[in-house]
Design a protein around this ligand. Structure first.
Ligand SMILES: Cc1cc2nc3c(=O)[nH]c(=O)nc-3n(C[C@H](O)[C@H](O)[C@H](O)COP(=O)(O)OP(=O)(O)OC[C@H]3O[C@@H](n4cnc5c(N)ncnc54)[C@H](O)[C@@H]3O)c2cc1C
Length: 570
């Protein structure tokens, strides 16, 4: 289908055969595009970035349908994964956040759980997922070049010329860089911003461990074990991640991914081995130390410098950097792989068109660059605000709603677009309607104003111009007066496989669900924002989580539902 001139060996050369390179090569191969997939390493190999979110899975499912690749759908479903891909992945039923103060046992009232979806998300054991995708890409025609380094690269009017460490010269019409933070093209064309424009500062230490038990099942007042999701232990200017691969009955993998991410301005990197630093650091927080007391690393620790980087340009004449090659903020909120998939999604249309017409003008690719810059700045504000808020639980409780409102509403809008696309086959439904968004054109159209006001508030707290408690109240007030609808539809829940067609859900039920969701997302009185039927009933009655009852048995005062909520019900 694609023109291939005699002077080119391939239509597209992809550097890096990780998640982004292999996923893109699979789709291009299925479209009849000839690709070469080049990597310095060889599968299977370790990769970091393990926790998915519904946005990641929904977009992969869209790609599976649009490009007729049902094998991709197996990646997003825990059962499909275990049956058809590997038995080494865990499940993610929620984002669990536990708040810690130095020297103190944690207070169970300061734990929060935000649901991911009615269907479990996944803890991907990346070495198996990446190998599966690589093999799939080769199955669809990609030519693999593993253990191959790029020693030279030249881009001009006639195409792309690559020299490899194997002495090969490869000529292609377009090049995609999926080599991550050591991006070959960023280096070759001087694309990195130095210093980065990003505000956030963090460094990280991580490994895989055995013998890390579920976190405090005995005192957890929330309905789901923290072990069933991605656990975040949050504290002043830092957090630990705990990502179990052993929490799915279908898993044969005993490992737990463990990491510590901290602000180097507050916690400078010491002159000691990463393992020693981790073991000493953990002692500051008794409840975290308890969880890790028997933990043993099964692979070498990795300790990084500052994680943040950005590029002034991510697409150009005959080239594009994948998301992880373009920039990165912090693993908090698990947005990296979602950004990776959305950039692949955005790149495909202009790339296929350019290959067809043999016109590689930069203009049609500019929206891809604009999207990369947008999501990087959004992630930066989101994580920076979290690190600021970890000085005070109430502020954190408020800030988490800012994340939730952006993410959940965008996911519901995307699900609706998917369902309409599946029903009609019209691809225009796969483009969200929000003009001038802050991170994604499926976000609620009024989210940008709410987000900006919330960022100003949290930054005012950091600057010392506002008390943290006052900042928290201001954010909850902003959420209260933000007239967002909760766009949940039954047909969309069915399309996303969050429920079955035969399950009962009337329009009246949906009205309750929408109003309940709205309340749960905007009140400080619920820590359990996981959508079980039990919690829905409580939300609809505007009742706080039972464990938040004040000691004399009276409930904290619940606010009246906002005016707009009544207009949401059908
Ligand atoms: C500490 C950390 C934790 C993260 N956690 C999460 C998470 O929980 N959830 C999430 O969604 N995202 C997470 N991310 C982001 C996630 O890792 C990335 O979005 C994802 O891995 C990007 O995939 P990729 O294929 O583009 O890059 P990578 O996975 O980095 O793959 C790059 C590939 O390029 C190859 N390569 C590198 N240099 C060269 C070279 N010179 N020549 C040839 N090949 C080369 C490598 O061998 C590798 O195969 C995390 C990131 C970090 C840093």
């Amino acid at each position: 289908m694609i023109l291939q001139e005699a002077q080119h060996d391939f239509d597209v050369a992809i550097l890096g055969n990780g998640l982004s390179g292999s996923l893109l090569a699979t789709i291009l191969g299925k479209q009849g595009v000839s690709t070469v997939l080049i990597d310095a390493e060889q599968h299977p190999r370790f990769a970091v970035g393990e926790s998915t979110i519904p946005h990641t899975s929904l977009l992969i499912s869209v790609l599976a349908e649009k490009y007729d690749l049902p094998e991709l759908d197996d990646l997003v479903d825990a059962n499909g994964l275990a049956k058809n891909v590997c038995t080494t992945c865990g499940i993610k039923r929620h984002f669990g956040y536990v708040f810690h103060r130095p020297g103190q046992t944690y207070d169970p009232k300061e734990g929060l759980q935000f649901g991911t979806s009615a269907r479990d998300e996944n803890h991907w054991f990346r070495q198996d997922i990446d190998a599966y995708l690589h093999n799939l890409a080769v199955h669809y025609g990609a030519v693999p070049r593993q253990k191959t380094k790029i020693t030279g690269i030249e881009i001009n009017e006639s195409g792309v010329k690559l020299q490899t460490s194997q002495g090969e010269e490869i000529r292609a019409r377009y090049v995609v860089d999926g080599t991550g933070y050591r991006s070959i093209l960023a280096d070759r064309f001087g694309l990195r911003e130095n210093p980065t424009r990003l505000k956030h500062h963090s460094r990280t230490l991580f490994t895989h461990m055995v013998d890390v038990p579920p976190f405090d099942d005995a005192h957890n007042p929330l309905p789901i074990s923290y072990h069933k999701g991605t656990l975040h232990h949050c504290f002043e200017r830092g957090w630990f991640w705990v990502i179990p691969f052993n929490n799915n009955p279908l898993s044969t993998n005993p490992l737990i991914s463990v990491g510590l991410t901290i602000d180097p301005r507050r916690y400078p990197k010491p002159e000691m081995a990463a393992e020693q630093e981790f073991n000493e650091f953990v002692q500051r927080y008794p409840s975290v130390a308890e969880q890790f007391k028997d933990g043993k690393a099964v692979r070498p620790w990795v300790s990084t410098g500052r994680l943040q980087y950005s590029s002034n340009k991510t697409t150009g004449y005959r080239y594009c950097l994948m998301s992880h090659a373009s920039g990165f903020v912090d693993p908090l909120f698990s947005r990296g792989m979602f950004n990776t998939v959305e950039i692949i999604y955005a790149l495909l249309d202009p790339l296929l068109e350019a290959l067809k017409t043999d016109n590689f003008d930069e203009e049609p690719f500019r929206p891809v660059d604009a999207q990369q810059q947008l999501v990087l700045d959004y992630n930066d504000d989101l994580v920076n605000g979290s690190f600021i808020s970890w000085n005070d639980f109430d502020l954190w409780n408020a800030w988490l709603r800012v994340f939730g409102l952006g993410t959940f509403l965008a996911e519901f809008h995307l699900m609706n677009g998917m369902s309409d696309y599946t029903r009609t086959g019209d691809p225009s439904y796969l483009k969200g309607p929000t003009k001038n968004p802050i991170f994604c054109d499926f976000e609620d159209p009024d989210y940008k104003a709410f987000f900006k006001a919330s960022v100003e508030t949290v930054e005012a707290v950091e600057a010392g111009g506002l008390e943290a408690k006052e900042g928290a109240k201001r954010i909850f007030d902003l959420a209260d007066s933000y007239p967002f609808p909760v766009p949940i539809r039954k047909d969309s829940l069915v399309r996303a496989r969050w429920m079955k067609e035969e399950d009962q859900l009337t329009e009246r039920d949906l009205g309750f669900v929408r109003r309940g969701f709205r309340w749960a997302l905007t009140t400080p009185l619920t820590r359990d924002v996981v959508s079980s039927s039990q919690t829905f009933f409580r939300w609809c009655a505007h009742r706080p989580d039972p464990h938040l009852m004040v000691p004399n048995g009276a409930e904290p005062e619940a606010k009246a539902p906002p005016q707009e909520a009544s207009s949401i019900a059908h």
